[in-house]
Design a protein around this ligand. Structure first.
Ligand code: ORO
Length: 313
């Protein structure tokens, strides 16, 4: 039998060329990054499309992004053309032979999550990420994701209308992420994305104004990596007995970062903010993971998942 590529992983029954996933909001609907010279779809296992709602949304007023020390604040406000245009006009332009595409479903009401999920269920999309953690909208989003009851209700409702893999994107802005994860597993999620952005703010001392048009935004990038690693570790404790896999994410910018998430319990690793300054970063992350496997005498990246050795206090 031909030797299995050490980076090829199966995630919720989907074949990923590598464990890397391009994160929602960082690559639009996949139409732009594929034009970057040197980019190959084989560098990433899957691409998450921008959060999609029932109706078109123009998003928040500017400024919508702001660079911070080791990070970035964003408050896009779920700008998107609405699910009908995404399914009818954008999905037909994507190369589903080469890449796995994951839709990101957002909404203000449970009914909206259901409608958007139903529409994607009836499309070639490979999997559906339920976004109950957007920090930048008044209704739904994080308001649902920070409440375990509401989180479970959204997951349960989406589960009823699709047999496609459901990946619940958890919020770090909550008291007990493990309890929320437990409820989402009961409600039928197949996997988790851990984490979405952390709520933050930027202040301009000279003008005494809030920098972000929405006043507050979501913080991403290396600044949040230690928080994300802990959340992945906490969710993994709950998810492992049910074989529910995790896409670990938060500030990944190197092979070492990706490996840390895998060791903490992630089966796949999201790359987001780093794509803004290096759209080809997946190549070097993949190469670094390959080198690590060789140095450690490992045949496959799967052997590393959840191998974290904790100290006994
Ligand atoms: N921003 C984020 O950081 N996370 C989301 O889920 C959505 C947005 C946005 O559209 O503003």
């Amino acid at each position: 039998a031909p030797k299995r590529d050490p980076l090829a992983v199966e995630f919720c029954g989907l074949q990923f060329a590598t464990p890397l996933v391009l994160l929602s909001g960082c690559v639009g609907f996949g139409e732009e990054y594929t034009r970057v010279e040197g980019f190959s779809n084989r560098d990433a296992g899957a691409v998450c499309l921008k959060g999609t709602t029932g109706e078109p949304r123009l998003g928040n007023q500017p400024h919508r992004v702001f660079e911070t020390p080791q990070g970035m604040l964003n408050a896009i406000g779920l700008q998107n053309p609405g699910v009908d245009r995404v399914v009818d006009e954008i999905l037909p332009t994507l190369d589903f032979d080469e890449t796995r595409f994951i839709a990101n479903v957002s909404g203000s009401t449970i009914e909206e999550y259901i409608r958007v999920t139903e529409r994607f269920n009836d499309s070639p999309i490979d999997a559906i990420e339920i976004n109950i953690s957007c920090p930048n909208v008044k209704e739904g989003g994080v308001a649902f994701g920070n409440d375990p009851d509401m989180s479970a209700r959204v997951v349960e409702a989406c589960r009823k209308v699709t047999g496609k893999p459901l990946i619940t994107k958890l919020s770090p802005n909550q008291t007990d992420i493990a309890e929320n994860a437990r409820r989402c597993i009961e409600a039928g999620t197949d996997a988790f994305s851990v984490i979405n952005t952390l709520m933050g703010m930027a202040v301009d001392a000279e003008s005494r104004e809030a920098v972000i048009g929405n006043n507050q935004g979501g913080l991403s990038g290396p600044a949040i990596k230690p928080i994300a690693l802990l959340k992945v570790h906490q969710v993994y404790q709950v998810a492992r007995p049910h074989a529910v896999p995790i896409i670990g994410q938060g500030g990944v910018a190197s092979a070492a970062d990706a490996l840390e998430f895998i060791i903490a319990g992630a089966s796949a690793v999201g790359v987001g903010t780093a794509l803004f300054y290096d759209p080809l970063i997946c190549k070097s992350i993949n190469n670094g993971i390959r080198g690590y496997l060789q140095r450690h005498g490992l045949e496959h990246v799967e052997q590393l998942v959840g191998t974290l050795q904790l100290n006994v206090p």
